[in-house]
Design a binder for this molecule. Structure first.
Ligand code: FAD
Ligand code: NA7
Length: 527
């Protein structure tokens, strides 16, 4: 079949791309999605405790004003089941299901120089051709499951959090959770009261602040819904688009004896991004300010965790420079009798046995269930897992083996008429407002090209190099560049450590897009 556009993914990005290209631009569109339903991230991550840690009132689409008024603002944060229901509602309300082919994985996409069309091959059979190829494959979607010796011997159940089956019964079970990122923190806190014994396998301790989740009052909900126009206007101008204005006050400008009170207020109010960005302006860029935040959290851990050895192992010593985390009682959980911490920095995992996990000190820890909360091959993982070929005969995985290259996070030289929603070097912020910004911009770019009579749009190599360099320079000016996390590619052995995001925020990114548009889409060739 031939379509004007083929889109991959039915999460925030893919659904909005379908809506805009089909309904605003009258295109024939086919969406291919591996999952059996809409939701993307929020279809796959069904583990207990899964929720968005950006506050619910901005973790949603802004383009349907009636839908905003119906937004399920029950608690401060929105849970995975609520988000899944939200996506299903969006898809039904806008009649999106009819253009989505579920349980269909795209394996290959090849650009034909002669016809100017993409041929897309899926794992279910007949290929599709399209003039425009839009990927909305997600920044946190390509699962990372470490290869542990002996995994095939394990007689119990095992899961990765992002490929969660419909139901896992933890009641009375001995459970290992490997990984203490956002996912591990959410999952362990949720299941600790259910299990017989929970062992948390931690490689690197993290800085975590309370989420401050709580029911929203009726007045709060009314105020949010009345002010939505202003909320979105502000979100698009701020850096993180997360429903608050980032602080403009450097830590050093505040007297020493007043700093902890500011941290304390943020700790009590809750929210990882708020703690890192609403308190002071320089925690992410200045080592001194960063150290003050670290020390504050270290003191909290010492005060909360009763067992001194566990507290010591849970206490991070490095930079506070990964994605900010928040919890609902994670440190307190280690005061339970049925929870233990296994420090695998000290005693690495040696092998998986039939009954559990053996660590390097010779201990065999026995389990009924092992859960991998080990994260993702972030940002470009899914793109590189497909065989995508543009002008050159290399795949994108080859072209990007030393790190991805894009122009504005949306296009790549050598891959004409291919557009990425949240591609590498897109802004690092609350995701839905980025998705909307990019889909709207890509659609206008296509309209502009068609008005010029162009068949092919391609990012220029020099524009792309400029953008990559800009993103890397910005990242290097922050402490995140030293943070060894997924958003620098540091979590996957052998992956290029470079900038995978534009770290200057959504407001400046939108200004840049406007500048490029006004300059006649500078940096693109129209052929
Ligand atoms: P996704 O929702 O990841 O959708 C991509 C889809 O593409 C998937 O359904 C996948 O199956 C499909 N796909 C990929 N490759 C193929 C292929 N080859 N063939 C067919 N289909 C394919 N972001 C925030 O801003 N705030 C948060 O609080 C937040 N919390 C998160 C919590 C968790 C547990 C996780 C995992 C992520 C979180 N994120 C958060 C990031 C989240 O991924 C984005 O906010 C957003 O949901 C991404 O939407 P998307 O449409 O871009 O991609
Ligand atoms: P993260 O944040 O990448 O965390 C993964 C965790 O798994 C982290 O603690 C890792 O330790 C650990 N990990 C990864 N590989 C291994 C191996 N091989 N052995 C032991 N431990 C390992 O992923 P999440 O799913 O928690 O969160 C991803 C994003 O989703 C998050 O930022 C939010 O945006 C939502 P490490 O720190 O690397 O030592």
């Amino acid at each position: 079949m031939h379509y004007d556009a083929v889109v991959i993914g039915a999460g925030f990005g893919g659904l909005y791309a379908l809506k805009v290209l089909r309904d605003k631009f009258n295109m024939s569109v086919r969406v291919f999605e591996k999952a059996p339903d809409v939701g993307g991230t929020w279809y796959w991550n069904r583990y207990p405790g899964c929720l968005s840690d950006i506050e619910a009132f901005t973790y949603c689409y802004s383009w349907d004003k009636e839908l905003l008024q119906e937004m399920p603002l029950t608690n401060r944060y929105i849970t995975q089941p609520e988000l899944l229901a939200y996506f299903q509602k969006v898809a039904k309300r806008h009649d999106l299901y009819r253009n989505i082919q579920f349980e269909t994985g795209v394996q290959k996409a090849v650009f034909d120089e002669n016809t100017g069309l993409w041929t897309i091959t899926t794992d279910t059979g007949e290929p599709a051709t399209a003039r425009y190829f839009v990927t909305a494959t997600g920044i946190l979607s390509a699962t990372n499951i470490p290869k542990l010796n002996g995994m095939e011997r394990f007689k119990g159940e095992w899961y990765h959090t992002s490929r969660w089956p419909a139901k896992v019964d933890f009641t009375g079970k001995r459970v290992a959770v490997i990984g203490t990122g956002s996912t591990g923190v959410q999952l362990t806190t949720a299941i600790a009261p259910l299990v017989k014994h929970l062992a948390v396998f931690q490689r690197t301790p993290q800085y975590i602040v309370p989420a401050g989740n709580r029911p929203l009052t009726e007045n709060e909900v009314t105020a949010i819904k009345e002010q939505y126009d202003q909320i979105w206007k502000d979100a698009r101008e701020t850096l993180l688009a997360a429903g608050f204005r980032e602080s403009t006050v450097p830590l050093s400008s505040v007297p020493e004896d007043e700093r902890d009170a500011i941290f304390e207020k943020a700790w009590n109010n809750g929210g990882g991004f708020r703690f890192a960005f609403e308190t002071f302006s320089d925690i992410a860029v200045d080592e001194g300010a960063n150290r003050a935040a670290q020390e504050f959290i270290r003191k909290k851990i010492a005060a909360i965790v009763r067992d001194p050895e566990t507290a010591r192992a849970l206490t991070p010593t490095g930079l506070y420079a990964k994605r900010p985390l928040c919890d609902s009682g994670y440190y307190e959980m280690f005061n339970r009798d049925n929870v233990s911490l296994v420090d695998i920095r000290k005693n690495p995992i040696e092998e998986v046995t039939a009954n559990g996990i053996r660590t390097s000190d010779g201990t065999e820890h026995e389990f009924d269930i092992i859960v991998f909360a080990t994260g993702f091959d972030g940002v470009d993982g899914n793109l590189k897992r497909m065989d995508i070929r543009g002008h050159s005969k290399h795949s994108i995985a080859d072209d990007w083996r030393h790190g991805p290259h894009t122009y504005l996070g949306m296009a790549s030289n050598g891959y004409p008429n291919m557009f990425m929603v949240t591609g590498p070097n897109s802004p690092f912020t609350n995701v839905p407002p980025v998705v909307e910004t990019q889909v709207d911009w890509i659609a206008e770019l296509i309209r502009n090209a068609e008005a010029r009579g162009a068949r092919v749009i391609e990012a220029r190599a020099e524009a792309q190099e400029d953008w990559s360099r800009t993103c890397w320079d910005i990242a290097k000016a922050t402490l995140f560049a030293k943070g060894e996390s997924w958003f620098m590619g540091a979590n996957i052995p052998g992956k290029a450590v470079t900038s995978y995001f534009y770290m200057a925020g959504l407001g400046p990114y939108r200004s840049k897009l406007e500048e490029v548009r006004k300059a006649g889409y500078a940096g693109f060739d129209f052929l």
